[in-house]
Design a protein around this ligand. Sequence first.
Ligand code: FAD
Ligand code: NAI
Length: 467
Amino acid sequence: MTTYDLTVIGTGPGGYVAAIRAAQLGMKVAVVEKRATHGGTCLNVGCIPSKALLHASELFEEAEHEFGAMGIKIDSPKLDMKAMMGHKDETVDANVKGVEFLLKKNKVDTFHGLGTITAPGKVQVTPDEGEAQTVETRNILIATGSDVATLPGMEIDEKVVVSSTGALELKEPPKKLVVVGAGVIGLELGSVWRRLGSQVTVVEFLDRILPGMDSEVAKNFQRMLKKQKIDFKLSSKVTGIDTSGGGAKVSIESVKNGKTDELEADVVLVAIGRRPYTDGLGLDKVGVELDDRGRVKTDAHFKTSVDGIYAIGDVIAGPMLAHKAEDEGVACAEMLAGQVGHVNYDVIPGVVYTMPEVASVGKTEDELKEAGTAYTSGTFPFTANGRARAQRHTEGFVKVLACAKTDRVLGVHIVAAGAGEMIHEAAVLMEFGGSSEDLARTCHAHPTMSEAVKEAAMAVEKRAIHM
Ligand code: FAD
Ligand code: NAI
């Protein structure tokens, strides 16, 4: 019987990337996945299907509201929900098959079933049907990701009260959609259904949207979403959802003054965060410790409290992002091969894929203020960018934050169409410890939206040209 060098439990972006990197480095690798397809949350019910619907719904809205202004006369576009969902399903299918191909190409063995760690070096695989078997392995990597978080009184039936998974499968746009949580999922999927015709109200516990993002960015972005007719009830908590009468009655209470209100909805999307997923892994039996939020505790080398057992991705601390999980997968595999794997947690971009997009890397202004760091800042609006005008995408701005003493760039925040692509020049700059002057003196092609990034860097020294 084969003894593997590494057995990875979970083939999301963390797990499958770790498996491929370990195989590239000469290890004999197995993966255990309980889902029928590889790719985890990200490819099956997360990043990829949501972006397929975001893209399609964005085109639908552009056809309705933007084409005419650019001289393209068409009748009002009609929604073919089945075909749009077909586009999403095909995208998912192609991606999960791609991962299957890559695992095979790299000679990674796949075991389908629930993985349980029965002892260090032993993973029991229990398939839906048939006998359980034990995989022998020198090292185990836990990459089991996360699952939807719920609260009592918000039981998800995936029909009227849905999680992101149900919100990606609705048969038609609900007339009234109430979204609980103004985080990334709430705003992305709220945008999809608003564009397709739903009246969307977002209820948020805090007094702002997108907690953790730069507050100036969040405030401006909320204004843009309001203009798109998304309603917000901030500083409000949902105290109950009554689904007895067909649709839903959502009871909310102001956290400021206790005032209560009731919202009617055809569908309620609960998007209040995700929880690390360790169910069925048997961690308590082998002594793998969790932190106070249920995440697997690891050291700087991704090692858990038990020798030979490692963990990465959503199931450990840090932002729950696919690219963070991937980079940890690579670093962990490299460390197991005796190399010096590394993840720079100060330079992990975050993107909200709405229209406009919100993209951010490094410190927010709020964080710099709180830490007492002396900083300088430069901003530049897309209204002053030629390409943005040509494309009628003038909403948004770039903000560059730099150290007041050294000029090293500490954070960049962009609200714009395509911000998620533009943010990476800032990420590369920051990886190399670059300054705002480096960015300002780097030649940027004209006409591009990215010129606004250069201009914002120039604005740090109050020398922007086009403003
Ligand atoms: P996961 O992708 O959750 O994969 C874990 C895998 O482990 C799953 O396949 C699961 O079936 C399997 N598993 C669990 N337990 C066991 C077990 N005991 N035995 C066998 N298999 C097991 N992030 C971004 O960066 N960009 C985005 O645009 C983005 N969009 C998102 C949209 C939505 C709607 C959602 C829900 C999430 C989104 N995310 C996005 C977050 C992203 O999906 C996660 O950060 C990422 O998938 C985490 O990767 P992972 O490998 O740690 O875990
Ligand atoms: P989130 O943590 O981004 O947002 C949850 C929001 O719900 C917060 O604003 C929080 O204050 C609010 N909230 C919590 N409890 C509440 C309550 N009882 N009533 C009202 N509001 C409440 O979580 P979300 O949006 O569910 O996403 C989960 C994870 O998935 C995130 O960590 C994110 O990183 C990841 N994701 C990333 C995407 C991207 O990178 N584009 C897209 C979608 C998800």
